[in-house]
Design a protein around this ligand. Sequence first.
Ligand code: SAM
Ligand code: SF4
Ligand code: SF4
Length: 377
Amino acid sequence: MGENVNPLADLRYAAAVPRIPEHAAAPNGHLADRLGRPLRDLRISVTDRCNFRCTYCMPKEVFDRDYRFLPHKSLLTFEEIARVARLFVLHGVHKLRLTGGEPLLRKDVEALIAQLAALRTVEGGRLDIALTTNGSLLERKARALRDAGLERVTVSLDALDEAVFQRMNDVGFAAADVLRGIDAALSAGMRRVKLNMVVKRGTNDQEIVPLARHVRERYGALAVLRFIEYMDVGATNGWRMDEVLPSAEVRARLAAAFALEPLARTAAGETAERWRYVDGGGEVGFISSVTRAFCRDCNRARLSTEGKLFLCLFADHGHDLRALLRGGASDEQIAAAIGLVWREREDRYSELRAAMPTGGNGSDGSARKIEMHYIGG
Ligand code: SAM
Ligand code: SF4
Ligand code: SF4
């Protein structure tokens, strides 16, 4: 295998082994960080690999055939993921989301879903398990995922127009195949499917109304399309503020085609602003990570494929839980270490971004930010 010569592709993020406090109380579900935010949501990346090369996430020029993905032995096993997920649930996590890379590329991922579904009894039935996917393998896998206990999927789809979509995924994958995956998820009995569209000005913004129309007409209330502002994650996508189409503008374009009215927030920490079509055609969401930071309510932690815990999507270092898992620490010790890490958390990158000299694109010499495909969306 060739050595990787592209410096942008060197993704060895710093991660310290977390300290195990000596006298920690057992987790009681009421952990709060320095800004008073609880821990409610854990995103678990199950692979750093992907069969797409979305230009805003894994540009081909960087993630080429010489790129070295994580070796299999460094990935957390399903047993390790389930062990650590249980400790998070004890700390108050209500929601687990599998992501990646492309999570459906991880072999037998449904076996992991089944192990995680068993944690519902630990939490008393409130644990929500979801998965974010590019949809390419969904048609084939939806039934097995549902049978294993998965109730919800989020499918990314950036355009209905084949040329636009294929340019964005950069591997020529057809939008029609993703749509078939969504149909399969619904026929398998998944609850309301969410669709994520990352909007890039000048690339796919002309697709906002056609995609919304299609989703309304085909799925009605069974699917919710969410528009995501293009974010400055990682250091490889060449992010520029002028390619961000603010949610307010997306909403204005949509409102010119369909009458909309706002909906109340259903849960603290919810990232999307929810609106509905006045004529009853369903719901849409706007995720304004750039123009309207929601750090104040951010109750989310992220576990990387190799077991590093990150407290923010824009963190430049993690906490190496795998070292504890494989180093003989007990569940009590690992839970105590997680508790300490969360109590010390004060991340609020999006709130601070506005004050950064370069708008946060990393070119100000700040430490390397984590790539989205590594940490998961
Ligand atoms: N491969 C799966 C997928 O695409 O759904 C899961 C992982 S992907 C990293 C998770 C989500 O992050 C996707 O909805 C994707 O569109 C979004 N995403 C990736 N890069 C982004 C960026 N620069 N700005 C905003 N969203 C991004
Ligand atoms: Fe792959 Fe998802 Fe990133 Fe696209 S957004 S390259 S599908 S991980
Ligand atoms: Fe949470 Fe960090 Fe995003 Fe703020 S920037 S909402 S703290 S992940």
